[in-house]
Design a binder for this molecule. Structure first.
Ligand SMILES: Cc1cc2nc3c(=O)[nH]c(=O)nc-3n(C[C@H](O)[C@H](O)[C@H](O)COP(=O)(O)OP(=O)(O)OC[C@H]3O[C@@H](n4cnc5c(N)ncnc54)[C@H](O)[C@@H]3O)c2cc1C
Length: 240
């Protein structure tokens, strides 16, 4: 192995080299980020529709970008207001249920939070600490019930699997741009009126492979409904 430094090139005897470097920001991206006020970041921020934050009609996908998932707590008062149809100042379970689908689509961290808490239904969040149903909740209770949801916000990994799905997603959005502007398919806008033209990008993890050397590899296919893991061995595979 050769080590390059400013002053010398030297060699170190070795048996095994473990490479553990990160990926850096390309100069072209750094320049762009500076121009749009994202110079403090290492990676370009987009919204959930893959639009570059601070830019009109510029989209970014793949390793150069990351989705800045909107926090539910930033919109909590607007969500409460939108759901409280009769303006009573309290929310019934029925009122909440009417906006649940839009909440789950707009804030995917809610689904992850429910999973982490082994809850089956979003309305379970409104129960009291003893697990009893509450007929109505006020804004303070609503805020408390959802206050930990954003802790489940996840960044997507920089993988080809993510990049390829974003590519397909954007292509399909562009192809139905005119149609979706007339007849939006996205969730309702809790701040403002109407609906978003498109559904936000949603990543589906199809599993991953790890080479084990030779002709062997282990595959984790948990999300696909296949067995938790399979070990690939030559041309066959074993379930594990
Ligand atoms: C060692 C390694 C192993 C990996 N293994 C896996 C894996 O097993 N599974 C997996 O899913 N992902 C893996 N990845 C990640 C995967 O390669 C990336 O997530 C994926 O390639 C991202 O695609 P992209 O199109 O965003 O970027 P890239 O594939 O990097 O494409 C960017 C392109 O832009 C070009 N470019 C750069 N600057 C300019 C410029 N100024 N002008 C014009 N063109 C420019 C580059 O030449 C390049 O062709 C691995 C990455 C590395 C580094």
């Amino acid at each position: 192995m050769k080590i390059k430094s400013k002053v010398e090139v030297s060699s170190i005897p070795h048996v095994l080299v473990v490479w553990s470097t990160g990926v850096g920001t390309r100069p072209v991206m750094r320049d762009f980020m500076e121009q749009i006020g994202q110079s403090k970041r290492h990676i370009l921020a987009t919204d959930e529709w893959l639009r570059v934050k601070g830019c009109e009609a510029v989209y970014a996908i793949g390793d150069c970008a990351t989705i800045d998932q909107h926090k539910i707590m930033e919109d909590i008062s607007s969500i409460f207001e939108a759901a409280d149809k009769d303006n009573s100042g309290t929310l019934t379970v029925e009122e909440f249920q009417e906006v649940v689908d839009d909440i789950l689509t707009r804030y995917p961290q809610v689904k992850l939070y429910l999973k982490s808490k082994h809850l089956h239904d979003v309305t379970d969040l409104l129960k009291d600490p003893e697990g009893n149903d509450r007929q109505e909740v006020d804004i303070e209770w609503f805020k408390l019930a959802l206050s930990h949801v954003d802790s489940q916000t996840k960044s997507l990994p920089a993988t080809a699997q993510v990049a390829a799905q974003q590519d397909a997603y954007l292509a399909s959005c562009f192809n139905c741009l005119a149609h979706c502007q007339e007849d939006p398919e996205g969730p309702r806008r809790f701040r403002g009126s109407g609906r978003h033209p498109f559904l936000p990008f949603q990543y589906k993890h199809f599993g991953q492979f790890a080479p084990l050397g030779g002709e062997q590899a282990a595959a984790d296919c948990l999300e696909t409904g296949f067995p938790r893991a399979i070990a690939l061995n030559g041309f066959g595979f074993n379930l594990v």
